[in-house]
Design a protein around this ligand. Structure first.
Ligand SMILES: [Zn+2]
Length: 457
């Protein structure tokens, strides 16, 4: 296979102008089959372990960011020491690296005294030289709050918000550490979400400063209950919030080019959401990934936002209908109504399903090649067909490329054409009427996220 690919590469380099000069297109790998490794991982995700993690997190009483750190049993210090120890225990004998990402946050709107903010970060290094610098991040926040966001002493069990997301990423880290992936996976229990996304921002800003290739990020925040405030149970879907373009005063050049070609629905995050929906629904049968075309719930936010601010693709998972009497509330009963984020309102089976959706997305992304780079549509001549060009990927197990398209009013890809291991292809479809994307495919049938083509003049 390697010799054939090398020959194809040489031939297309000698005659790059047309696909017809390239050798016979190699057969497309089966991209619809379930990968055995992914199915195995999702089968290992344990509802019982997730429940155990949530019970333990709730037992710390409060995990408020400014709560006490010395006690072995109460407060955020005890919580993070337990998370780190648990990840180290389950990752023993695997390459999983567990560290604290710590800094002291100065006084700010929701921080009354300089406070040490500590993320617990478990990294599973990629095993393919060409892919290990590419990383995917999945997070949950382990801090919690009561009614008053500054109240660091009252009980704040945070069973749903966000022990649910923290338990999910811990379970994924423990299960996935036993497997090999081309790209690097980062599992993060983040602090100070409730105090202004401080922990996530510290990591995301650092990643950008170090020029890290964070190819996708998922926050799991409030994934714990399938019952809405109307009492209806909906355990068949999860919401996935995906940003179009950022609400900044000035447009970056990348955003300007998207808008100039009608590509507002083809941002990095929307492409990641399409991939996640496809893979999540492929592996978690009967469960829908409902993409919401917004960065978050109306005027609200989460730990994916600091990643979006740094220009990374980042998404938020949240249950279908939140019950606000069990979120950000002191534990109390008022007029017969019970308030508080307690464990009796959490659905462990539902959390396990959302965890599996995350696992399918993370595993498929880290097994697949990188999304193609420098994808362009030729525009020098006015034509009714479309010629796409792109830079060759560098992975040794690359099989070739697939062009996908959809109607301009459609959310998801509707058509596709396998074009083989080339860097240019012409389709008899007008770029005026559809949106295109180019995906890289490896020989095992793992498919990358699609890349939106920008104009090549
Ligand atoms: Zn939250």
């Amino acid at each position: 296979m390697a010799a054939l690919l090398a020959a194809a590469g040489a031939a297309s380099a000698a005659a790059p102008a047309t696909t017809s000069a390239a050798p016979a297109t190699p057969k497309q790998p089966d991209i619809t089959a379930q990968q055995a490794q992914i199915s195995k991982i999702l089968g290992e995700v344990s509802q019982q372990r997730i429940e155990g993690h949530i019970r333990k997190l709730v037992s710390f009483g409060t995990r408020h960011t400014m709560s006490e750190t010395e006690s072995p049993t109460r407060g955020i210090g005890a919580a993070r020491r337990w998370i780190k120890a648990e990840l180290e225990r389950c990752g023993a004998g695997t390459p999983l690296q567990v560290t604290y990402d710590s800094h002291v946050a100065p006084v700010s709107a929701r921080i009354t005294k300089p406070t040490e903010i500590v993320n617990v970060v478990a990294t599973l290094p990629g095993t393919q030289a060409a892919s290990k610098e590419r990383m995917y991040v999945v997070s949950g926040h382990y801090d919690s709050r009561a009614s008053d966001v500054m109240d660091a002493t009252s009980d704040a069990p945070g069973a749903n918000d966000d022990a649910s997301g923290t338990a999910a990423i811990m379970e994924l880290a423990c299960v996935m550490a036993k497997y090999k992936f081309d790209a690097t996976l980062v599992f993060m229990a983040v602090a100070a979400e409730e105090q202004g996304l401080i922990g996530a921002r510290h990591w995301a800003v650092g990643a950008r400063e170090k020029n890290w290739n964070v190819a996708g990020m998922f926050t799991n925040d409030i994934i714990g209950s399938s019952k809405g405030d109307d009492g209806k149970v909906d355990n068949k879907q999860v919401r996935l919030f995906a940003q179009s373009i950022p609400a900044t005063k000035e447009m970056s050049e990348a955003v300007r080019q998207l808008v100039a070609t009608g590509g507002e629905n083809d941002s990095l995050s929307r492409q990641l959401a399409r991939h996640t929906k496809e893979q999540g629904e492929r592996y978690v049968k009967g469960f829908k990934v409902s993409v919401i075309q917004r960065h978050d719930r109306y005027l609200r936010g989460g730990d994916h936002m600091p990643f979006l601010e740094q220009g990374y693709a980042a998404l938020r998972f949240t249950e279908p209908a939140e019950d606000f009497s069990h979120q950000h509330q002191d534990l109390r009963t008022e007029n017969g109504k019970v308030y508080g984020d307690t464990i009796d309102h959490v659905d462990f089976d539902y959390i396990a399903k959302v965890t599996r959706v995350n696992g399918a997305a993370m595993a498929s992304l880290a097994l697949a090649p990188a999304a193609p780079q420098e994808v362009k549509l030729r525009t020098a001549a006015l034509t009714n067909d479309s010629t796409l060009v792109w830079k060759a990927n560098g992975e040794p197990d690359l099989a070739g490329y697939r062009i996908v398209w959809r109607d301009t009013t459609s959310a998801n890809w509707e058509g596709s054409k396998w074009v083989g291991n080339v860097t240019e292809a012409t389709l008899d479809l007008s770029k005026d009427n559809v949106f295109f994307g180019v995906q890289a495919v490896d020989k095992d049938g793992n498919v990358s996220v699609a890349t939106y083509p920008l104009p090549l003049r």
